[in-house]
Each structure stands twice: as structure tokens, then as C-alpha cells.
Design a protein around this ligand. Structure first.
Ligand SMILES: Nc1ccn([C@@H]2O[C@H](COP(=O)(O)OP(=O)(O)OP(=O)(O)O)[C@@H](O)[C@H]2O)c(=O)n1
Ligand SMILES: [Mg+2]
Length: 399
């Protein structure tokens, strides 16, 4: 049995919780993604505990608990300043709608619990001594960098169609290959993806698209037809087929969306709808709109200083990133130099505002806004110094 000797602190801190369950006669293990990430020496963001204790039994053992998902067997235990999710060993039944089941059956055996998990690398468990329980050859698959369904892949994907997205997400994130029969099952069941909520599809899609091997994973996403069930992707395979041959894998989520929108040749006034179809936030949508706008501009001509100012540093750098991913030649160094040389980089850096103009005798109204913009443009163009004296003199000449 493989044994981990120096457990990271995040596990060590939780051991008393597992011990308390064991002392009461129950089984308790660390399970799921944290064991996979521990063995891959990846960052461990949270740990999950599985136990033979039923939720009520867990609640009786610990003074502070929260009913996180009692129906699904999950209780959160507050212990020593940390919170731990403890989920009762369970098998899920009644998957008629291809989503997470709405009722689960609690079981007392670890094996029953592990065999309904998605992939062998996610079906590992570890006890308090650091000993790894590997009932489905997950260690071997981890070693061979393989995403392989536990047992019959068709069953696993019928249980939860989101797992098909998780497969390509892990391919990208972990830089793993997809086992043949698991891939074949996705090809057969790809049409089930629309049963899953867009939010959950989006979260996996973004993890795939911003992972280190997204181009390779995207090829499988297209080849298995999984893409056909994603929002606004149906019938767009030809356009999306460029993705696997991009110059780089996107790292930023905003770059991912901008690249997709550019590949799909989505018109500027339709970006909002596309982003809403994917249930993206308004903040992400406006960020992406600005990037695509600037990208379109840069593809045609050099921007003016005022256009660079209006785009702002974040959009400029993000657009350069997108151009590099797409392999679009742009002189990024010169653009950044020009931006850095702008006399002001945001409107708040202008030494005057509307109130200053009113005090200087300008009548309030639409003309005032126009005058302020005019002054800003002149300052940015280097035609007017950003000082009260220079601007006062300029006003004197104007009136
Ligand atoms: N559709 C799903 C989602 C989760 N799981 C199981 O529940 C564990 C925890 O799920 P989750 O936290 O969603 O995923 P992780 O594999 O932990 O990946 P991440 O690092 O993104 O949290 C998984 O490892 C897997 O054993 C599953 O079988 N099927
Ligand atoms: Mg997890």
C-alpha cells in the first residue's frame, strides 16, 4: 500500500476530525481531488472527507456543525478555526435527468462510495496514516497521465453529463490524455450535455480554456461533438477548429472569451448576447467587449493617443495578449511605450474638472462636457500642458 509520509499541513490539521469519527466506530478518509493533487504535487485548495457516519451521527460528534447539504449527506464541521466538509459514503440513484441526483442512498462501505465517482484519479482515498486506498487503479492512471472513467464510462456519464466536460477540463488542467473508451463514451453521449445548467458548463469550459493544455483538450471537445451542446457553439465547428492551432494557450479568462468571439466572428453588437448566453457576469462582458473593440481597431490601423487613453492599460495589455494567442502580428512594445508616454493615463489625472470650468465662467450645460473632453484630448495629444495655468490661459483665448 502506497503511503505518504510527510503530509501537508492542510491534511495534518484535519486528522483529529477523522480520528474523532474513528474513535466513535466509523470509517473516515480523505477523498477526491485533494488526494489527486497531493500525489501530483499540485496546490491543494480544499480537502474533502468521506465517512461511514450518517449526517446525524456526524452532528452528534462535533459541537459546531452546519447543514451544508444534509440531503446529499454533507455536513460542515467547524474545528480549530477551519471548516471541513464531511460527506457520508453514498451511492447515487435515480439519475433520470442526467444531472446530479436529487436523492442519494447512504452506504457504510468506502468501495460503494468510490465506485460512483467520475475518474479513477478522483477515486483515491487516504486514511489518517497517509495510506492510499486505490481500488480502481487510479495510481497507475495518475502515473500514466490518464483520465479514465471508473468502471463503465457510459454509466458514469449517464449519472452526470457534466463529467464529460470535466474530462476535457482535466485534460487541459493536468495535461493528461483521455483514455480511449472514456473518449468513445463522450462521443456517444455528447448530446446529453444540454441537460446540464449553463453555469456549470461554463465553469468547466473556463477551467479547460485557461489550463496549460487547452488547445489539445479543445480538439477533443470538438472532435467528440461535445461542443455542439455548449451555448452558441452548435454548427460552429469549422470556425472553432482554429483553436487547437492557436499560438499559445490562453491564461486569462478574458483572453479566452475574446479569442472565442474573434474565432466565431461575432459582430460587436452581438457580444453582449453571446456572453449572456454563457451566463457570464456584466463585468466580464464589458471587459471582453473592450478587448475585442481594441483588437478590431489594431487589426486595421494604429490607434490615436486618445484611443489608447480611452482603452486604458488593462485593456491594452489584455488585447496584446489576445493578439499573441491568435498569432496576429502587432507591435506590442511600441504600443506599450506610447501608452506609457501619455501625459495622463486616466481622467482623474487631469488637473481640472467641471467645477473648475464653472468657476472660470463657463456656463453649466452640454457645452461644458464637450469643452472638458476637448481639453482632455489636447492634453493627451501634448498640445496643452496639464496645469491650471496653461488651461486657464487656453480658456482665456477661447472666450
Ligand atoms: N461530477 C462529479 C463531480 C465530482 N465528483 C467526485 O467528487 C470529487 C470532488 O469534486 P470537485 O471538488 O467538484 O472536483 P475535484 O475533482 O476535487 O476538482 P477541483 O480541483 O476542481 O476541486 C471528485 O474528485 C470526484 O471524486 C464526481 O464523481 N462527479
Ligand atoms: Mg475539489
Amino acid at each position: 500500500m502506497k503511503k505518504i509520509n510527510d503530509l501537508p499541513q492542510i491534511f495534518v490539521a484535519a486528522i483529529p476530525v477523522l480520528e474523532k469519527l474513528e474513535e466513535a466506530g466509523f470509517e473516515a478518509y480523505f477523498v477526491g481531488g485533494s488526494i489527486r493533487d497531493l500525489l501530483l504535487k499540485r496546490h491543494i485548495h480544499d480537502i474533502d472527507i468521506a465517512s461511514s457516519a450518517y449526517p446525524e451521527e456526524v452532528k452528534r460528534l462535533f459541537p459546531k456543525t452546519i447543514d451544508t447539504g444534509i440531503k446529499h449527506g454533507t455536513v460542515t464541521v467547524l474545528y480549530n478555526g477551519s471548516s471541513y466538509e464531511i460527506t457520508t459514503f453514498r451511492t447515487e440513484s435515480g439519475y433520470q435527468d442526467f444531472r446530479r441526483p436529487d436523492h442519494v442512498t447512504f452506504v457504510r462501505s468506502l468501495k460503494e462510495d468510490l465506485k460512483r465517482r467520475d475518474f479513477t484519479i478522483n477515486a483515491l482515498a487516504m486514511n489518517t496514516k497517509g495510506e492510499i486506498v486505490d481500488l480502481f487503479n487510479g495510481l497507475d492512471d495518475l502515473h500514466h497521465h490518464l483520465i479514465k472513467a471508473v468502471g463503465d464510462p457510459l454509466e458514469r456519464f449517464h449519472e452526470d453529463a457534466l463529467r464529460m466536460m470535466r474530462a476535457v477540463r482535466f485534460m487541459s488542467q493536468l495535461q493528461f490524455d483521455l483514455e480511449e473508451q472514456t473518449e468513445e463514451a463522450i462521443r456517444q453521449l455528447h448530446y446529453l450535455l444540454p441537460k446540464i445548467s449553463v453555469e456549470r458548463i461554463r465553469d468547466e469550459f473556463v477551467k479547460m480554456g485557461t489550463g496549460p493544455n487547452s488547445r489539445k483538450a479543445f480538439a477533443v471537445f470538438l472532435d467528440t461533438e461535445l461542443s455542439e451542446g455548449a451555448p452558441d457553439f452548435a454548427g460552429k465547428k469549422d470556425l472553432l477548429a482554429i483553436y487547437p492551432s492557436l499560438k499559445f494557450d490562453p491564461i486569462l479568462e478574458s483572453s479566452l472569451w475574446a479569442v472565442i468571439i474573434i474565432l466565431l466572428k461575432i459582430a460587436n453588437n452581438e457580444i453582449g448576447q453571446f456572453m449572456r448566453d454563457w451566463k457570464n457576469s456584466n463585468a466580464m462582458t464589458s471587459k471582453v467587449e473592450k478587448i475585442v473593440d481594441l483588437f478590431d481597431l489594431l487589426s486595421e490601423r494604429a490607434p490615436t493617443d486618445y484611443e489608447l487613453f480611452e482603452a486604458g492599460k488593462e485593456t491594452l495589455l489584455n488585447t496584446i495578449d489576445v493578439a499573441q494567442i491568435l498569432g496576429q502580428p502587432i507591435n506590442s512594445e511600441a504600443l506599450v511605450d506610447r501608452y506609457m508616454a501619455l501625459p495622463i493615463k486616466s481622467s482623474s489625472e487631469l488637473v481640472i474638472d467641471g467645477r473648475f470650468l464653472i468657476a472660470a465662467g463657463v456656463n453649466p450645460g452640454p457645452k461644458l462636457g464637450e469643452l472638458l473632453t476637448d481639453i482632455k484630448k489636447k492634453v493627451i495629444a501634448g498640445e496643452l500642458e496639464n496645469s491650471r495655468e496653461a488651461i486657464t490661459a487656453f480658456l482665456g483665448n477661447e472666450f
